[in-house]
Design a protein around this ligand. Structure first.
Ligand code: PGA
Length: 251
């Protein structure tokens, strides 16, 4: 049985003070233990403050990106050690906004994924097609290239530490959610693909999240699908009430 997983991606929202308030609100809401793993991913500048608030709670901390080198002259970048030192355990890798606006490629996704796994962070590897690609019937080809790119050269034992998030780009921040049938189809495709890349055991263990306009109102249906193991939540993770509603669906 795969434990359900819900992560909130706060993107470039919330100053450290605002993030601290939201973290305090979440701490209250999630004071009782639940079944799902819950992670919040604030901006870099808020990680330390949120970490202090969430310390000792069931909520875990994630970052939205990291560099693949240990350290060096890489202006503007953040390393795995910097994240772990302040209590970060998860890191989003290859989000479509990184791919679209900041030149993230399958190659850099692979380097970051490997470094995260080798240094004890859990990468949440994002994959997904644009609307044009879906309409051109390229969904499976794109998702396959994202998955094969991310896991390139990674041995099973290492790769087992990763989580995958399927996020159709056309559903991110648009209010347009994939239908349950569309989501399940791609999730099953990914599970089948990793079975070929690794084996049946890997495929059964891998958690595959859905992301793209998940809301309290549609979360239960999506999370109830056989191959959907939770969600990566953007907009609806910025309000405690909405995020709690989504986590309730996972619990
Ligand atoms: P959304 O974003 O929930 O606002 O669509 C999801 C994501 O980008 O991770």
């Amino acid at each position: 049985m795969r434990t359900k997983f819900v992560a909130g991606n706060w993107k470039m929202y919330k100053t450290p003070s605002e993030a601290e308030s939201l973290a305090k609100d979440l701490k209250e809401r999630f004071s009782k233990p639940g079944r799902a793993d819950i992670v919040v991913c604030p901006p870099f500048t808020a990680l330390d403050r949120v970490s202090r608030v969430l310390s000792g709670t069931q909520l875990r901390l994630g970052a939205q990106d990291m560099h693949w080198e240990d350290q060096g002259a890489f202006t503007g970048k953040v390393s795995h050690d910097m994240l772990k030192d302040i209590g970060v355990q998860y890191v989003i890798i290859g989000h479509s906004e990184q791919r679209t606006y900041f030149h993230e490629t399958n190659e850099t996704v692979c380097k970051k994924t490997r470094k995260a796994l080798e240094t004890g962070l859990v990468p949440i590897v994002c994959v997904g097609e644009t609307l044009e690609q879906r309409e051109a019937n390229k969904t499976e080809a794109i998702v396959q290239s994202h998955i094969e790119g991310a896991f390139q050269g990674l041995a099973k034992d290492l790769a087992l530490g990763a989580i995958v998030a399927y996020e159709p780009v056309w559903a991110i921040g648009t209010g347009k959610t994939a239908t349950p049938a569309q989501a399940q189809e791609v999730h099953a495709f990914i599970r089948d693909l990793v079975k070929k890349l690794y084996d049946a055991d890997f495929s059964q263990q891998l958690r595959i999240l859905y992301g793209g306009s998940v809301k309290p109102g549609n979360a239960a249906e999506l999370f109830g699908l056989p191959d959907v193991d939770g969600g990566l939540i953007g907009g609806a993770s910025l309000k405690g009430e909405d995020f709690a509603g989504i986590v309730a669906a996972a619990n």
